[in-house]
Structure formats: C-alpha cells, structure tokens
Ligand binder design. Structure first.
Ligand SMILES: O=C([O-])CC(=O)C(=O)O
Ligand SMILES: [Mg+2]
Length: 289
C-alpha cells in the first residue's frame, strides 16, 4: 500500500469519532504481528527505538539515521500506518525539518515533535521545556519539511506536568495555530486537566499514557481523544521471553523442551512465508511445498 494511503488511514482515525489504542511496534516482526491482529495503527516510541537499536534508555542518544532506518524496515515489512515519536526533532527547527523529510521517506504515517529540551542540559535535573516561541518554530519547520501533505504532523507537549496547565494550554493553542494536524499530550494527570485542554483547543488529541481513572475509550473519545497510547508492553514481553529462554538454555534445558516459543505456524505467518513460497515458485521455478 502506498505511503499516502497509510497516511490517509491515520487521518481518518484522527477525523473519526472513536478513540483507538495503537499497537506498540518496533521492528519488522512486531509490526506484522500488530497488523495481523487488526490494530489500526502502530506506535513507534522513542524509548523502544532506543532500546531495540542501542539497548540504551530514552536519553536522546539514538540518531535520526538510526530511527529512520528502523522505520524504513517496518514500512517495507507491513502496510500498517505508523506514528513515530520523533522526540524533539533531533536538534533545532532546521533539524526538525530534516527529521520530517527523513521519516517521510522512511514511510512514517505520522510523527510527533515535542517541546522538551533534549538532550538533558548540563547541571539541570528534571524535565525542561524549550520556550514556546522555539516550539512554534519547530512546528512550522516540521510542516515546511513535508513533501507529502498527507503526512501527519503532531505537536507534542508534556508541559502540564512540567510548567502547569495554563502553560500547556498556551502551548497547545500556539501549536494549533501553526497548522499541525493533531496535538499530543503527555503528563495529563486527571480528567480536569484533560477536559480543560480539550475545551481550549479544537484539533484531535493524542494521549501518551493516561491514569487508570481515564482509560475508558468512550470517555476519551468524548474529549476528542482519537489515539490513546498504552505503553510498550510488547517489547517488555519480548525481553522477558529472551531472558527466560537464554536462562533455560544456559541451565542445560534442551531446545526441544523450551516453553512458550513461537510455533512454526506463527513464525511462518510473521515471515509471510506463503507469499515468499509463491514468489519462489514463480520466479525461481521452485515447486510449492
Ligand atoms: O511515544 C511514546 O510511545 C511514548 C514515548 O515518548 C516513548 O516511548 O518514547
Ligand atoms: Mg519518547
């Protein structure tokens, strides 16, 4: 499916009336599994990108090239639309523009640009934000970097739990005025904060993690939330499975006695082996197994 259609699918989620939960995806296999399970959207989180590519925590060490390459692998493997966490856009507003170009070329359906000061500044503990005006420049640069106007650009802020609700609203309104397609909020702690933000803005809302009292999708949909993230459990599950398997092997368990491995049927589906066998038959003259 052409990238443009993937982007239109993300736009239809944003322009719809329901709130969906994306599948957390991070490589060619995970995105295919999410697609097969019927997820409407994949979320490629920066934290997971850092873990899967570098094995490092989410402290802005991954490069744009590495992020885009992982996105490109997923785009090749699956047609599921993916929303990419592009962090701060890998530098200043000019870097943001380049980031958008690279992620667009890598097949992202949408991306978020946030106003967090990254990487962590010298001698400053805790999250800091860039000034609102700089955030506005980044959003404008992101929109300017788009070659395909269907690519979804989201303005993201975690201001509500850093500098407070009023600042979060001021930033959201300023980003909205630049022409971004949606607003992405992190750090919202309760219904009052969400309702105030929703009332003050008009774009579709995406939430990066919400407290338990707010998880009902119909409540969120009523606040114009169209996408609600729910963390990155698939990568944590994969880490646990690798740990248990290596531990069992190290302790002498025979490979045939290992528990909870993917069946050959599941692995075959993830590898799209029906398609590959058909190609081998058609292009290599091999018999279908
Ligand atoms: O975008 C997300 O999924 C949340 C986030 O910032 C991350 O995981 O890095
Ligand atoms: Mg992130």
């Amino acid at each position: 499916m052409a990238y443009r259609q993937r982007r239109e699918r993300l736009r239809s989620i944003l322009n719809g009336r329901a709130c969906i939960r994306p599948g957390s995806v991070y490589d060619a296999t995970s995105i295919r599994i999410a697609e097969d399970l019927g997820f409407e959207l994949g979320m490629f989180g920066g934290s997971v990108a850092s873990l899967v590519v570098l094995g490092d925590p989410d402290v802005a060490l991954i490069t744009l090239t590495e992020l885009a390459e992982q996105m490109r692998r997923m785009s090749r493997a699956s047609t599921l639309p993916v929303l990419v966490d592009a962090d701060h856009g890998y530098g200043n507003a000019l870097n943001v523009r380049r980031t958008v170009q690279e992620l667009e070329a890598a097949g992202a359906a949408g991306l978020t640009i946030e106003d967090t000061l990254l990487p962590q500044a010298f001698g400053q503990s805790g999250t800091q934000l860039i000034p609102l005006e700089e955030g506005v420049g980044k959003m404008k640069a992101a929109l300017d970097g788009r070659g395909d106007p269907s690519l979804v650009v989201m303005g993201r802020t975690g201001a509500v739990s850093v500098s407070g609700l009023d600042d979060a609203i001021a930033r959201a309104k300023a980003y909205e005025a630049t022409g971004v397609d949606a607003l992405f909020f992190t750090g919202i702690r309760n219904r009052e904060e969400l309702e105030a933000i929703s009332a003050a803005t008009s774009l579709p809302i995406v939430l990066g993690g919400v407290p338990e009292e707010m998880i009902a999708l119909d409540y969120l949909a009523g606040q114009r939330v169209r996408i609600a993230l729910q963390g990155h459990a698939p990568f944590a599950a994969a880490t646990q499975a690798v740990y248990e398997t290596l531990k069992a092997l190290r302790e002498g368990t025979s490979p045939k006695n290992l528990k909870r491995l993917a069946s050959s049927e599941l692995t075959g589906r993830a590898m799209r082996d029906i398609d590959m066998n058909a190609r081998a038959s058609e292009f290599l003259g091999l018999k279908k197994p």
